[in-house]
Design a protein around this ligand. Structure first.
Ligand code: C5P
Length: 205
């Protein structure tokens, strides 16, 4: 079984994807980490994320970098969103994701283009959303918990910018696959969203 989970930033798709992978016993790949790894390499190299050659040079990263806490920062998330616009970067990261999706026994991947580009043949495609204000509030609360001082308005503006880049790009824009099941987590607790996601997957088995 292949499950594709896509959705915008801070929609809760990462948490849902992990819970679904554990529930259905599937190997899990957070594909955002690959783009974050490229963004991080560009940061380390002092490169320009908007320059395709610099971004492509960042695609040469060791697997070990995927566990690095530095990939989780807002700054690296922003760089990931910029390097992911380049078709050469998407192409460089494609095979790794396609191979992971098609391993014997199945897999669950989360990202932006899993149901549309990486695994259009997936058995189940979930598109996870929530209103931008709700996503900004979640990110704001999480940062407060970690003692990071930020303005809500800045977080919201960043979410809008990230959405515009992810949805507006020419190559593999973020959008639900035609046969995707939509899940809006705006009014749901984490537990409620996990239960709803499991029910949606089971409805397709
Ligand atoms: O999901 P995450 O926030 O870690 O992703 C970081 C960025 O990587 C996203 O904003 C998006 O631009 C890009 N990305 C992508 N395709 C994917 C996964 C992530 O373009 N499959």
């Amino acid at each position: 079984m292949i499950i594709a989970v896509d959705g915008p930033t801070a929609s809760g798709k990462g948490t849902l994807a992990k819970a679904l992978a554990a529930h259905f016993g599937l190997p899990f790949l957070d594909t955002g980490l690959l783009y974050r790894a490229v963004g991080r390499q560009v940061q380390i190299n002092n490169g320009n994320p908007d320059n395709p050659a610099d971004a492509l040079a960042g695609c040469d990263f060791p697997d070990s970098i995927l566990d690095d806490a530095a990939l989780r920062t807002e700054a690296v998330g922003g760089l990931a969103s910029r390097v992911s616009l380049h078709p050469v970067v998407r192409a460089a990261l494609n095979k790794r994701q396609v191979d992971f999706a098609n391993q014997p026994g199945g897999a669950l991947l989360d990202g932006r283009d899993i149901g549309t580009v990486i695994a259009p043949h997936a058995d189940v495609k979930l598109f996870v959303t929530a209103p931008a204000e709700v996503r900004a509030q979640r990110r704001y609360d999480e940062m407060q918990r970690h003692g990071i001082n930020v303005r809500f308005a800045d977080i919201l503006a960043d979410i809008h910018a990230r959405d515009a880049r992810d949805m507006g790009r020419a190559d593999a824009p973020l959008k639900p696959a035609q046969d995707a099941l939509l899940l809006d987590t705006g009014d749901l607790t984490i537990g409620g969203a996990v239960q709803a996601a499991i029910a949606l997957v089971e409805s397709r088995l």
